[in-house]
Write a protein that binds this ligand. Structure first.
Ligand SMILES: O=C(CO)COP(=O)(O)O
Length: 137
């Protein structure tokens, strides 16, 4: 499965701990991330990550493009709910396009735990029923 990992600056440590905890599982999947998140994750977990642009420079939109073209199966996005982001419209657009294409999206660690455990148990296999546009076939 294609999994995107994104964290705002104050949530990056949480993301690193999360990915370290689930490294054996996540290493079986194709991982994507926005620039800085991806760089930190590669350095600190040793996992191989497809790094896109940094979020404020268009990385959220690039991940959104994966979702729109049926190439994203799960989004884990640790947003900072306490700080305004200059690229807020991109963040909203990413979450919207995940809803349009039924891509499961976690915006905090508690939800991410549920989704990743579900992935491990095969609960995400319904994704195989979706076509390349992310629509039910
Ligand atoms: O801003 C982000 C998501 O909106 C994250 O971008 P970076 O991973 O480049 O810090």
């Amino acid at each position: 499965m294609n999994i995107a990992l994104i964290a705002h600056d104050k949530k990056k440590e949480d993301m690193i701990r999360f990915v370290q905890a689930y490294k054996p599982l996540l290493s079986n999947h194709v991982l994507h991330a926005t620039g800085t998140t991806g760089m930190r994750l590669e350095t600190e977990t040793g996992l191989s990550i497809n790094k896109h642009l940094s979020g404020p420079l268009g990385g959220d939109q690039q991940i959104g493009s994966l979702a729109a073209s049926g190439k994203l199966d799960l989004l884990i996005f640790f947003r900072d709910p306490l700080e305004a982001q200059p690229h807020e419209p991109d963040i909203t657009a990413l979450l919207r396009i995940c809803d349009v294409h039924n891509v499961p999206a976690a915006t905090n660690m508690a939800t991410a735990e549920v989704l990743v455990n579900g992935l491990e148990q095969g609960l995400m296999d319904f994704r195989d029923l979706y076509g390349s546009e992310g629509d039910v076939t």
